[in-house]
Design a protein around this ligand. Structure first.
Ligand SMILES: [Mg+2]
Length: 244
């Protein structure tokens, strides 16, 4: 479902909240929503392949055939798609990936999803308070996250923005975002929420009944629940503005 009026709806809701003396807040996930994190995974796998080019020459050839679109949620599925399935090698790749992918250095390899920067800037310019709410953890990823947001033109570090990361990597995404969602509701009027995980979209649908909740249909966890009714689903942010 796409909604050609979704941007107008958000802008009208922002004006209404402002006239009521409240901050209009929009909750924005990062990985799989504003950022294409598959680029980061592909970079990690390429590095692994180069480091093991001598003992696994076919691995480098296989990984070099991968495109961003072929990167799947699980490393094992991505490797299987290019014929790499030897259990010991897959386990090594998973360990190599998890040691690097959730770090300041590697998060810089992500790039924005199509239309994300323009869309977010449009909201910001009409006075929406941007609440970046991500499952990334602050100890290992805050610095890289800020650098990437700033580099890519997303507003950050201003009065009109909030950037919320987990205090520790082991916190579950659902409980973390449930807790923050409640607290954001007390800080202003949440008029919109964007996430690529159906379970988290469902959480926002329930937490903010009057808000526009949008699912970004990129990669999401294989065991995700079905999307609840009343949630728009779009492939990227260009789809939100295409019919303006
Ligand atoms: Mg996400």
């Amino acid at each position: 479902m796409t909604s050609p009026n979704l941007v107008d709806t958000l802008l009208a809701a922002a004006r209404a909240a402002r006239s009521a003396g409240r901050d209009p807040l929009v909750v924005l996930d990062l990985d799989g929503t504003l950022y294409d994190s598959r680029v980061r995974t592909l970079r990690v796998l390429l590095e692994l392949a180069h480091q093991h080019a001598t003992e696994h020459p076919t691995l480098l050839a296989a990984i070099r055939r991968l495109t961003t679109n072929a990167v799947q949620y699980r490393v094992s599925d991505t490797l299987a798609s290019v014929g790499v399935s030897e259990p010991a090698l897959v386990r090594e790749a998973e360990a190599f990936w998890s040691d690097r992918v959730f770090t300041n250095d590697y998060v810089l390899h992500d790039l924005p999803t199509p239309g994300a920067v323009d869309f977010v800037r449009t909201l910001y310019e009409v006075g929406v308070v941007l609440c970046y709410l991500t499952g990334r953890d602050a100890p290992n990823m805050l610095v890289g996250t800020v650098r990437a947001l700033q580099r890519d033109g997303f507003p950050v570090g201003t009065l009109g923005t909030r950037l919320v990361l987990k205090e520790a990597p082991q916190l579950g995404d659902l409980s973390f975002k449930t807790n923050i969602a409640e607290r954001l509701a007390a800080a202003g009027t949440v008029i919109g929420a964007f996430d690529n995980e159906p379970g988290l979209c469902n959480l926002f649908r329930e937490a903010y009944p009057a808000a526009t909740v949008v699912h970004l249909a990129t990669a999401f966890s294989p065991d995700a629940p079905p999307l609840a009714p009343g949630i728009a689903s779009v492939p990227d942010f260009l789809a939100l503005t295409a019919n303006e």
